[in-house]
Ligand binder design. Structure first.
Ligand SMILES: C[S@@+](CC[C@H](N)C(=O)[O-])C[C@H]1O[C@@H](n2cnc3c(N)ncnc32)[C@H](O)[C@@H]1O
Length: 328
């Protein structure tokens, strides 16, 4: 919801107005930033922003760095600009002079001051620079950290070497979206070579003129080649088993049996289904689970028995009637 009046503004936007950054007014980023960063506010956040502001002026700029220092009371704020800056923004703000496409320069900053919780690219907005900075800096984000690219409209502007298809900036966004789905693409295209960062892209959010890449584990198995050895899958199985062991609903039991089938634990699954059918004899979920487990185990007589019972309860269910025609 848009704020109705200035009294409804979020705290970051209020600070942005005071510190004079274009992140609010010319752009509308601060409410988005606040929605993403509020949980980190009291933490000793390390934030790196490319683009201090003020361009070639030594004494102008620094609005967003001052804003971040005020917002993150315990934060360490680092700024990068192509031009020399002499700004007194307090001892928690440090500025480095250099270009965002100078990999050695960026890596020096990372070595000396990384890792970072938040990295913002508000520098030249030249697409190849955006990509160069991402490649050099994304590895230095902590797990759970955010990498944000501002003013992506420039990717379409000829004045910034942009093109109608969004140039290298949007190509990066597309590659990241593909990287996010690297497990699924590998299922259908074994020749696909995922970029190195693919396993650590947790999410991609795209707003008007703003891209947000979240770093985090992206190694979950595809559901087409489910792997119970994966820690997240193992945790899911463990939590489902625990719930089934305490006070499960028939639907929860039926769902749980889906995990026992690929492990070949057919007898255990059928025992569970039978036990719960005694308590809930009219549960369609349990009858269909019984059908699935039996059919997967090749016990077709038994599968048909469950199906007959299910059809007696729901004779008009077209999907169930379709199962009768399926080759058992
Ligand atoms: C839009 S301003 C930054 C505004 C500031 N972040 C704020 O929100 O208040 C962009 C800045 O990026 C700097 N810049 C331009 N090209 C750069 C490059 N290649 N590397 C680093 N900084 C660059 C400019 O000098 C300028 O000060």
């Amino acid at each position: 919801m848009l704020p109705g009046n200035s009294a409804d503004l979020d705290p970051l936007t209020v600070i942005a107005i005071r510190q004079g950054t274009d992140k609010w007014g010319a752009h509308f980023y601060t409410p988005i930033y606040h929605s993403l960063l509020a949980p980190l506010r009291s933490k000793p956040v390390r934030l790196l922003e490319i683009g201090v502001g003020g361009y070639a002026s030594k004494y102008l700029g620094g609005g967003s760095l001052a804003m971040w220092a005020e917002y993150f009371e315990h934060g360490q704020i680092f700024g990068i600009d192509l031009h020399e800056k002499q700004l007194d923004l307090g001892e928690r703000v440090t500025i480095f002079q250099g270009s965002q496409d100078d990999r050695a320069f960026l890596e020096r900053i990372v070595r000396q001051h990384g890792p970072f919780d938040v990295i913002i690219d508000d520098g030249s907005h030249i697409p190849v620079h955006v990509v160069a900075s991402f490649q050099a800096l994304f590895p230095s984000l902590v797990t759970g950290g955010l990498y944000i690219v501002e003013d992506t409209q420039t990717a379409y502007w000829a004045s910034h070497d942009g093109t109608a298809d969004g140039a290298a900036t949007m190509s990066l966004a597309r590659d990241i979206l593909k990287g996010l789905n690297h497990r699924e693409i590998a299922e259908v295209d074994p020749a696909y070579v995922a970029p190195a960062y693919a396993a650590s892209i947790r999410s991609l959010r795209a707003y008007h003129n703003l891209l947000v890449f979240e770093k985090g584990d992206n190694t979950e198995p595809s559901d087409r080649s489910y792997d119970l050895r994966h820690p997240r899958a193992a945790l899911a199985l463990q939590s489902l088993a625990a719930a089934v062991g305490t006070s499960p609903t028939p639907r929860a039991v039926a769902f749980f049996t889906n995990f026992l089938i690929p492990m070949g634990r057919f007898d255990e699954a059928l025992e569970l289904v039978e036990w719960h059918l005694r308590l809930s004899p009219t549960s369609l979920d349990l009858l269909v689970a019984g059908y699935n487990v039996s059919a997967s185990a090749g016990r077709f007589e038994r599968a048909n028995g469950y199906l007959r019972r299910a059809l007696a309860l729901a004779p008009d269910d077209r999907w169930l009637r379709g199962l009768t025609n399926a080759k058992l």
